[in-house]
Design a protein around this ligand. Structure first.
Ligand SMILES: C[S@@+](CC[C@H](N)C(=O)[O-])C[C@H]1O[C@@H](n2cnc3c(N)ncnc32)[C@H](O)[C@@H]1O
Ligand code: SF4
Length: 461
């Protein structure tokens, strides 16, 4: 974003738009999904999937971590008890058997993503056994994307070599912030050396894509301190970066409420300065900004997908993969069949009990009608490309765009008057300043969002 544009962000704007709102990794958002027991619906979706040719993307949730980072908003389970990891892996094995049985034929896998928690909390032997279980039930395609999330503090060379040997080429490491005071405030001591060593080891083993996660808006973080983190991380030269806005949810996470003092958080103006600094820094050293919060080297597939308009967004963030069923395995994992979403039990013990009894029983779900699918695509397009080509939607969905979204239109006109979007007869185009408020600009297209329901989400700045 050009520097002149940065000055266009006024404190009033920040105040007006800094309100709770979804990050839209799904639409409809999870709180809208029905709660219940969805065994039959889920089995039906898998059966329908078995008749399709398209490959599958498998997401596996591995929730265990050694130590609690107090800022964390993931579904994680802190434990020193190794026995529970064995019980959990047995439950995963049963779930994989169950899914594969319903899918009938040996389905092709185009992606495996191990997310967490911390997948490398499991030892290399456990990971190897588990991946072999997957490959005994599915055919991993030759060019498939195998990726895992890892915490540099617990990831050994043995982990990296084992997963590389199993075909993994992408790895995503949590760094968050390198400043000691910030680390203390989030209970995560991780020296720069630990991050450097893990990155260097991954490179020499042969990993071709290294992603680092940073978080802005953490307690005690300042614009100045974050600049030092950026300098060091820039030298690490990862292929991709995610720079997440700290989702502070004291109403949802007891640890946020107990361990993070409101007064330690950067005020919204400081937080947005930190965010802008990240944009300035990474674009100046040659990264391409992807959507709201990701960066990639120009030759990286994400940057190329942005250029070719083939970029997509799902639970795992921005992706180049599309048109495949996403099947989630493990506690709280989400499945996305395109016209329905399902989420597994979020309680670890309940999940393990049912999976061990071979019961596939998502506890939340939603079937998307045509209107949901249209709105999902509009929101995803805004999040990925920052622009909507109106005629494209009018042709494919047989609608008159401005009439169809007549409730959203006055809001969009307001954004246009503020300089956040440019509107013309065929285009809704986010301006560089508008990019900072992408979540706000997507919200008028959400037909379920009410003032009170939006309170469940983190603030947009
Ligand atoms: C599953 S964790 C990453 C792997 C590993 N557990 C680690 O911490 O290194 C995924 C990422 O989510 C991000 N994250 C977690 N809690 C967050 C929150 N409350 N707000 C914003 N980002 C968050 C962090 O950047 C974290 O690295
Ligand atoms: S940030 Fe990573 S290591 Fe820390 S608690 Fe969350 S999932 Fe675990």
């Amino acid at each position: 974003m050009p520097h002149s544009e940065i000055n266009d962000v006024t404190p009033e704007m920040i105040q007006r738009y800094n309100r709770p709102g979804p990050r839209y990794t799904s639409y409809p958002t999870v709180p809208v999904w029905e709660k219940g027991q969805f065994h039959e619906d889920y089995v039906q979706c898998l059966q329908k999937e078995s008749l399709k040719e398209r490959p599958i993307s498998l997401y596996v949730h591995l929730p265990f971590c050694r130590q609690l980072c107090t800022f964390c908003g993931c579904n994680k389970f802190i434990t020193g008890n190794r026995k529970i990891t064995e019980d959990y892996l047995s439950a995963l094995d049963k779930e994989i058997d169950g899914v594969a049985r319903i899918l009938h034929s040996r389905k092709k896998l185009a992606q495996i993503h191990l997310g967490g928690g911390t997948p490398t909390y499991l030892n290399p032997k456990q990971l190897e056994r588990f991946i072999n279980k997957i490959t005994s039930r599915f055919d991993v395609q030759e060019n498939s994307e195998l990726a895992f999330e890892a915490d540099p503090r617990v990831t050994t060379i043995d982990h990296l070599e084992t997963l590389y040997g199993l075909g993994f080429r992408r790895v995503s490491f949590g760094v968050q912030d390198l400043n000691r005071d910030v680390q203390k405030a989030i209970n995560r001591n991780q020296t720069a050396k630990q991050s450097w060593d893990t990155i260097n080891n991954s490179r020499s083993i042969g990993y071709t894509s290294i992603n680092l996660d940073l978080v802005y808006g953490l307690p005690l973080q300042t614009h100045q301190s974050f600049c030092k983190t950026l300098d060091e991380v820039g030298k690490m030269r990862p292929d991709r970066l995610a720079v997440y806005s700290f989702a502070y949810l004291p109403g949802m996470f007891k640890t946020h409420k107990r361990a993070i003092k409101d007064k330690d958080l950067p005020v919204p103006e400081e937080k947005i300065q930190i965010y802008l600094e990240a944009i300035r820094f990474f674009t100046e050293i040659g990264y391409v900004m992807i959507g709201m919060d990701h960066y990639a080297l120009p030759e990286d597939e994400l940057a190329l997908a942005l250029k070719n308009r083939t970029l997509h967004r799902n639970f795992m963030g921005y992706t180049t993969l599309h048109n495949m069923a996403q099947i989630g395995i493990g506690v709280s994992a989400i499945s996305d069949f395109g016209d329905s979403y399902w989420q597994n039990n979020k309680d670890l013990y309940q999940y393990m009990n049912e999976a061990s009894d071979k019961i596939l029983n998502p506890r939340r779900g939603i079937k998307l009608d045509k209107e949901d699918q249209l709105r999902r695509e509009v929101i995803e397009t805004l999040m990925c490309h920052g622009e909507i080509l109106i005629s494209d939607f009018e042709t494919r969905y047989e609608i008159n765009f401005s009439k169809h979204f007549n409730n959203a239109w006055p809001e969009l006109e307001k954004f246009a008057r503020e300089g956040l979007v440019k509107l013309d007869s065929n285009k809704i185009d986010l301006t560089p300043v508008g990019t900072l408020f992408t979540r706000n600009i997507a919200m008028p297209f959400d037909r379920y969002l009410t003032e009170s329901s939006s309170m469940n989400f983190s603030k947009t700045v």
